[in-house]
Ligand binder design. Structure first.
Ligand code: PYC
Length: 309
């Protein structure tokens, strides 16, 4: 299997460009289900050690359902499958440009939760126009052991997020373990109380915020992903969820810039527009760099061919 590795503002993406499973036809959501049911060993073998790491997000390229779209992509990680992935969409676009499969300009990526458009402005920079995003519930309060009362909002940005009003401690790399433990507890608390997204969707990403550490950015975040690792980038879908909440509270107007910084100081420059239906369409700009072009081997006798779970 040939994979191209890149990172988007520090967060890695591994795109399967050759030798991935053939998921057949159907919608991307149906194909994601087929991936999960019949080829989950491929996800594990590609992402988990010894070939990968917990921080990796994978993307399987597949033919789109409609030739108006450039490509289909199913994103996955150490825990399972994602709806959309903002940093991953930038990684896919930069990877396709690196392989000369697309030119600079606009491409469209079909995902299990909708079609996103990605404008490649140079070989290492792209703007994702995400799926419609929205704030689902505000001022959700829950009591979490060891943390006390936690208040936040539930929002959709291509994945489900709980955006916590107050971070439990300063968002700096040396507090990573504390932030991760707190976010895991909050996610468990939401789960126990059956606090979910629309249509009963589980909330699998937890996001903390604090003011940015630099004068030219608006906010710093820490995002816990479903596999209990933090997003090294400011998280494209998490930034989209944040924009939706800011718009809901009247704190950010359409077209206004929001610079979201991650715990490691990398940035996404974001804004939103409203479509004809009045929905929020986030735009997220970031940089990605190719860092590897590899062939992965899966020997039939290898006891860890399917990864170390
Ligand atoms: O950038 O949307 C994102 C993302 C989701 C999980 C990891 N990154």
């Amino acid at each position: 299997m040939r994979v191209l590795d890149s990172h988007t503002e520090g967060e890695p993406t591994r795109v399967i460009v050759e030798g991935g499973p053939d998921l057949g036809s159907g919608t991307l959501a149906e194909r994601r289900l087929r991936f999960e049911r019949e080829f989950d060993h491929v996800r594990r073998g590609t992402i988990l050690e010894p070939r990968g790491s917990d921080a990796l997000v994978g993307a399987l390229l597949c033919p789109p359902t409609d030739d108006r779209y450039s490509v289909g992509a199913i994103f996955f990680n150490n825990d399972g499958y994602l709806g959309m992935c903002g940093h991953g969409s930038i990684g896919v676009a930069v990877t396709l440009a690196h392989l000369d499969r697309v030119e600079l300009g606009r491409i469209t990526i079909e995902t299990p939760v909708g079609v996103v458009s990605v404008e490649l402005t140079d070989p290492n920079q792209a703007t994702v126009e995400n799926v419609p995003s929205f704030c689902y519930r505000r001022d959700v309060v829950l009591s979490v052991e060891g943390l006390g009362t936690v208040k936040g909002s539930i929002a959709w940005g291509g994945n489900w997020f709980f955006l916590v009003d107050d971070a439990p401690c300063k968002i700096i790399p040396s507090n990573e373990a504390q932030l991760r433990r707190a976010a895991i507890k909050i996610r468990a608390g939401l789960d126990t109380r059956a606090i979910v997204g629309q249509d009963g969707q589980p909330i699998d990403h937890i996001e903390f915020f604090e003011p940015s550490h630099s004068a030219d950015a608006h906010s710093r975040n820490f995002v816990l992903c479903p596999g209990n690792v933090y997003d090294r980038s400011p998280c494209g879908t998490g930034t989209s969820a944040k924009l939706a909440c800011l718009a809901e509270c009247g704190e950010l107007a359409a077209g206004q810039t929001w610079i979201q910084e991650s715990m490691i100081g990398s940035r996404f420059v974001a804004s939103y527009r409203r479509n004809e239906a009045g929905e929020i369409i986030p735009r997220v700009t970031g940089r990605a760099y190719i860092c590897g072009d590899a062939e992965l081997f899966f020997h039939p006798d290898d006891p860890f061919a399917d990864g170390i779970s």
